[in-house]
Ligand binder design. Structure first.
Ligand code: RB5
Length: 145
């Protein structure tokens, strides 16, 4: 299950991702917004809580730029959120950073590209090895170690 959420800027992109990737077998838990103006940190928190609890394996967040969502998501313990703007970033943030949330900008990307980036992110595994050590160091920072 994938948690997905957006603010008012990202509704069309979120709905397109849900529609197109559901047809490919992905399952989504839609945490809003349904179109009402809202504050993106509220949605970021709701999606990230689903990932942290384990109810959802990954999260997708969309706002105007993707930046506000990524700043908010990365404040949450256990979340490694990546702003994805291109296929290389979407792939390598999974391979190397084991990112569990992707963020995209609805005002900077087209919906077609966003669907493609989400599919890459959701289907690419973590490479482990030396990258795990670096993830552990990030976790140490999170824990003030
Ligand atoms: C909302 O207008 C806009 O500020 C928001 O979607 C996002 O771009 C923030 O980072």
């Amino acid at each position: 299950m994938i948690a997905i959420g957006c603010d008012h800027a990202g509704v069309e992109m979120k709905n397109t991702i849900i529609k197109e990737l559901s047809e490919k077998g992905f399952e989504f838990l839609d945490m809003g917004t349904d179109g009402q103006p809202c504050d993106y940190p509220v949605i970021a928190k709701a999606v990230c809580e689903k990932v942290i609890s384990g109810e959802c394996e990954k999260g997708v967040l969309i706002c105007g730029t993707g930046i506000g969502m990524s700043i908010a998501a990365n404040k949450m313990k256990g979340i490694r959120a990546a702003l994805c703007t291109d296929s290389f970033s979407a792939k390598f943030t999974r391979l190397h950073n084991d990112s569990n949330v992707m963020c995209m900008g609805a005002r900077t990307l087209g919906c077609g590209l966003a669907v493609e980036l989400a599919e890459i992110f959701l289907t690419t595994g973590f490479e482990g090895g030396r990258h795990q050590r670096r993830i552990d160091l990030i976790t140490d920072i999170e824990n003030n170690l």
